[in-house]
Design a binder for this molecule. Sequence first.
Ligand SMILES: [Zn+2]
Length: 404
Amino acid sequence: MTEISLDDLNLSPDPMSESVADEALDVIAVPETDAPLFIGSEIYRGSSYGRMHPLRVPRVSTVMDLTRSMGWLPLSQYRASPRAKPAALHSWHSPDYIAALQAAEVAQEVSEEVKARFNIGTISNPVFPEIFRRPATAAGGSILAGELLRDGGVVYNPAGGTHHGMPDRANGFCYLNDPVLAMLSLRHHGAQRIAYVDIDAHHADGVEHGFAGDPDVLMISTHEENLWPKTGQLADDAGGSALNLPVPRGFNDSEMAYIREELILPAVADFASDAVVLQCGADAVTEDPLAHLDLSNNAHWSVVAALRSLAPRYLVLGGGGYNPWSVGRLWTGVWATLNGHEIPDRLPPAAEEVLRGLEFKGHRLGRNPPEHWFTTLRDDPRPGPVRDQIRESVAMLRRRRGLG
Ligand SMILES: [Zn+2]
């Protein structure tokens, strides 16, 4: 792909009302710290894609509330996400498309022509009140992450992970592609070789589009076979840059552990990258309403922990996840894992209150949530047999990377 300059990062502070505490961050010199950094924003609170859309549920705000209620998010580790300006988004997205998103936000509607050309105003990618500001804030956070990681470290941007976004159109609930922008920002700040690992239930088609054929990028994606967008077949290697591992329905913790140990870790270690980016979508757990996989959140946390030592820079992003309890619990546990916080068997009252305050309107899972969705973060493990299909796919991909 062409060399892209992010000389001017074109980030503006999020004018949405952050808390007073967050504003204070701008004026108080925060001591440099090696502790992981959490990038968040108030823009996600109360933002919805619409009454019937899977992204009507709160996600990042739950993680912010839960981590704070646990005492896990001191000001020194929090950064308010800036909103990316159009010029920064132009490093990958077409100016016409960005202008269309901004216009759609103002008008709150699009013409048939705009709908057809940019795939916005559809059922999947609706016009909603923050159609530009929300994705531009998630993207701004991911671009900022590349800067924060200049000298190494760990950054978590749970609003990121919009891996379906395309240069000139919306795709799969994703208007922008913040993982691609994060990787360009990492490169701009000195990390040339990047390993991108994606354990969302869906294939990372947008990221693959961005870096296919790039010798300094290794993309590994596990995803449910035959699920939308149905790309990322086992044989698809994206010009040598990708390992795609479609997994069957019912994919369990033991199978993810097998893939982690036999494929993900050896391939990433062998690649010897300057940075690792993990897209940690929360839609591969049993409770997710869109996919048909059977992981517990332990599977995700084990991947989060295992990748940490494989590169000097580590960026963890969110992604899919459409059950408000499973997303909030999983992504809060990601932050605990990055910080080495022990996850208690039973949550303290303030954290339980956050989970009891969630609603999942219009879905049967919201009618009678089981008690442990309120009182715990950790699911019971969901082990199972490692099926031959998984073993054979892993063996094939190992051979392709020369891993024996
Ligand atoms: Zn997904």
